[in-house]
Ligand binder design. Structure first.
Ligand code: SAJ
Length: 481
């Protein structure tokens, strides 16, 4: 244990006053749970007074949440802790000086998914603000998903530069990655195990002291800060890898004339002592805020910390990079299936009308971040098709008109492409869809295995489905008016 830092901590006493920087979907539930814990006296939510988010300060101080959608228990808990005077939001960062512990929950997107350079600008600003007002013995914790090496590297440098203090000697520094899912924020923080990693043992112990009171069934898993960063990015890289394995298998099954869902059921049936086959689901692609970037954070960490000479055959892409390429390929494969389907009806994509069902990146949600439907739409428009988008949950998306009128979207369509498994699409009636299309042989492209191929084929459709090697070359039923 570092005795100098430990003695500063001992003089300071237990954590009482906490600061949370970034009043977003990670910071707000974290702040109210800290405030609700009897162990702590006060929590300050720090929110920069920016044009887009400054309004949150007054809103939160009225006990109202700026978060969209249902978050069970959040509104009640926010009202409770504001009413009890245990939580207050402010844009005055000088109050960091009153805090025994400060967490930063600030988004770290990629500037441009193509160049995979993380945009740490907001996080850097937050670190500078905290650094300027840091006092002896304060614990600083990064909750944002960052490239491995960031906590002990960039974050440490900024905090030391701004405060004049030395991390690990005069203040504690740790990483405790968030694992929350929209719609279950409080539940996830209370019940998921919490990875907590300090730059040294004293920092780790101090961070454990901070998080233990908010966990109900979740356990604390202590490790180093860099191991915590690797854990967070790797847990999503592994999920991306599992999905890519299912997608690769689907592509192979198409080539071999086999139904991938039969194969999946077969593989999944292998259970028993110590036997696991965590096979996930093939589909039209992988969207969202986590899986589309965390593998690249992991890869970047290995390059930067490993000084570039990684052991896997030098210069070859790692399995995580290959997995990303497979998942990014799937929307393009949906284009291939669409063009093949049109060709079977003797139609060119030029001028073809495509009804694109599902814009959200995940079923029964309005979340459109990094939706795989976007590259599909761009490619089909590039090929000269006219694409109309339907999504019952999505109200707006920059540059795209999203309709809630399913029949209106299907009217006159040469192609019906299902990109998201919204429950609305499970009951599509082949006869009605064909009638609306007005075509003798409309094309249906199923990216999420939601329609019955035989029912649509019998109705006269040309069917193509991800992984449906058993159906994708079917005989086209004679047209029926
Ligand atoms: N997807 C597939 N096949 C699958 C599962 C997902 O194609 O078998 C696609 C989805 O359609 C979607 C994308 O992958 O486009 C991502 O889906 P997701 O279920 O992974 O949802 P996310 O991106 O919100 O992932 C989050 C992550 N949670 C955090 O980072 C805190 C992830 O770690 C969780 O495992 C995941 O939620 C979850 O399990 O709900």
């Amino acid at each position: 244990m570092n005795s100098r830092l430990q003695s500063i901590i001992d003089r300071r006493g237990p954590i009482r006053n906490i600061g949370v920087v970034g009043m977003g979907y990670v910071g707000i539930p974290a702040a109210v749970l800290f405030a609700d814990a009897p162990d702590f006296e006060s929590v300050r939510g720090f929110q920069r007074d920016s044009p887009s988010s400054g309004y949150k300060v007054a809103l939160l101080n009225r006990g109202e949440s700026p978060l969209k959608g249902e978050e069970p228990g959040l509104e009640e808990l926010l009202l409770k802790v504001v009413g009890a005077g245990k939580f207050r939001c402010t844009s005055d960062f000088s109050e960091v000086a009153e805090c025994d512990a400060v967490t930063l929950a600030i988004q770290t997107p990629f500037k441009d998914p193509k160049d995979l350079i993380p945009d740490f600008s907001a996080l850097i600003e937050g670190l500078r603000q905290v650094g300027r007002h840091l006092s002896d013995g304060t614990l600083v914790v990064l909750e944002s998903t960052v490239t491995p090496g960031t906590t002990a590297g960039m974050a440490r440098e900024i905090l030391e530069e701004e405060s004049g203090l030395v991390a690990g000697e005069e203040f504690c520094l740790a990483h405790a990655p968030e694992r929350v899912m929209v719609g279950r924020l409080l539940k996830n923080i209370r019940e998921h195990d919490r990875i907590v990693g300090g730059i040294d043992d004293v920092s780790t112990a101090r961070a454990v002291e901070l998080y233990r009171p908010v966990l109900t069934t979740g356990k604390i898993i202590p490790m180093t800060a860099t191991a915590a960063e690797v854990t967070k990015t790797a847990e999503n890289a592994f999920r991306d890898l599992q999905i890519a394995a299912a997608n690769q298998l689907a592509l192979h099954c198409e080539a071999m004339g086999v139904n991938v869902y039969d194969v999946r059921a077969g593989i999944d049936s292998l259970k028993g002592e110590g036997i696991t086959r965590a096979i996930l689901w093939p589909g039209a692609g992988v969207g969202g805020h986590c899986l589309t970037k965390d593998s690249w954070h992991l890869e970047r960490g290995a390059q930067v910390l490993g000084h570039g000479d990684l052991w896997y055959p030098h210069g070859s892409e790692s399995i995580f990079g290959v997995a990303r390429r497979i998942n990014e390929f799937m929307p393009r494969h949906m284009v291939h299936l669409t063009l093949e389907g049109l060709k079977r009806t003797g139609k060119s994509p030029e001028g073809a009308k495509v009804a694109l069902l599902g814009w959200a990146f995940i079923q029964n949600s309005d979340d459109t971040r990094n939706t795989p439907a976007e590259p599909y739409l761009a490619a089909m428009e590039e090929a000269g098709a006219e694409v109309r988008v339907h999504d019952p949950f999505v109200n707006d998306y920059t540059g795209i008109e999203v309709s809630h009128d399913l029949e209106g979207t299907l009217a006159g369509a040469d192609v019906v492409t299902i990109f998201t498994g919204h429950h609305h699409y499970l009951s599509l009636d082949p006869a009605r869809v064909k009638e609306l299309s007005g075509r003798e042989h409309p094309v249906v492209i199923d990216g999420r295995n939601v329609v019955d191929p035989d029912a649509f084929i019998r109705a006269g459709f040309v069917y193509k489905g991800i992984g449906r090697g058993d159906k994708n070359s079917h005989e086209v039923a004679p047209g029926r008016r």
